[in-house]
Design a protein around this ligand. Sequence first.
Ligand code: ASP
Length: 319
Amino acid sequence: MKLEVQPKLIIHGGAGSSLHGKGGVEAVRQALSTVVEEVYSLLIEGKSATEAVVRGCQLLEDNPRFNAGTGSVLQSDGQIRMSASLMDGASGRFSGVINISRVKNPIDLAQFLQTSPDRVLSDYGSAELARELQVPSYNALTDLRLQEWIQERQDNFKSPMAGVVAETELVEASNARRGTIGIVALDAFGKLAAGTSTGGKGFERIGRVSDSAMPAGNYATSKAGVSCTGIGEDIIDECLAAKVVVRVTDGLSLKEAMQRSFVEALENKRDFGAIALDADGAIAWGKTSQVLLAAYHDGEKIGDTLEWTGDELVGYANS
Ligand code: ASP
């Protein structure tokens, strides 16, 4: 098939404080690069950015290591409530579900809502939709996340967030780490899409709404796409994803838009990370947190940010 443009892809599995040991890094690298390979091959076959993003989100939601779908963290009452959103840059349409329970892939509901007149549904409405679509009931709980919650409850839920990735042994409760997932893709026709899915911060109050199903945390147009991870309240306060995209739309390069936004974020003491693509194929990422678990395909090779120190706040592929 003749590609009009070279597809590009970047994905993330969360941001937070450093991973436990080298074993953790290698396992996450392996998990992310497997997803990059599969999703990038879809883009090469001519699948749309939106289709590729949905598939990537499903794969990451299904991996219990990450805090989305299976392996989602528990809220303060011991329940799992997940949020996911999808934005198709070509149509400029955002859709999502907020605090949905008992489904395997929240991104599937976000995808269904792309063509619905009502495009973002909260808990009760999303449960009704799942019932209407006959989505099978699914328990996303893993033993590790349950243990983590029990430990946190003993400490009276002092951690600001749950672990970035579930590891083989329980992490220290004070070691706040996260694992929301996100994908941004540029397809062979030059179209962009972004998707983000999360189990939330972990241990949060019932009814708390994550940035992951808001344009602050996930946004794409025909010019650029961004997916965020980290403390949702910080992402909302910066309106990060939409801010970067608007800056690109107003004429900044992706590099400048990310740089400016992350300098502001640091000044405002925010704690998060983001991945981004633009319609010209530029790939960028940034973080104010200690680590950002991201991997990308630039058309030639796979790279990742797992050992990137981030002293410069923003990194680029092919720079
Ligand atoms: N941003 C997500 C939230 O606050 C959590 C994360 O990215 O890990 O719900």
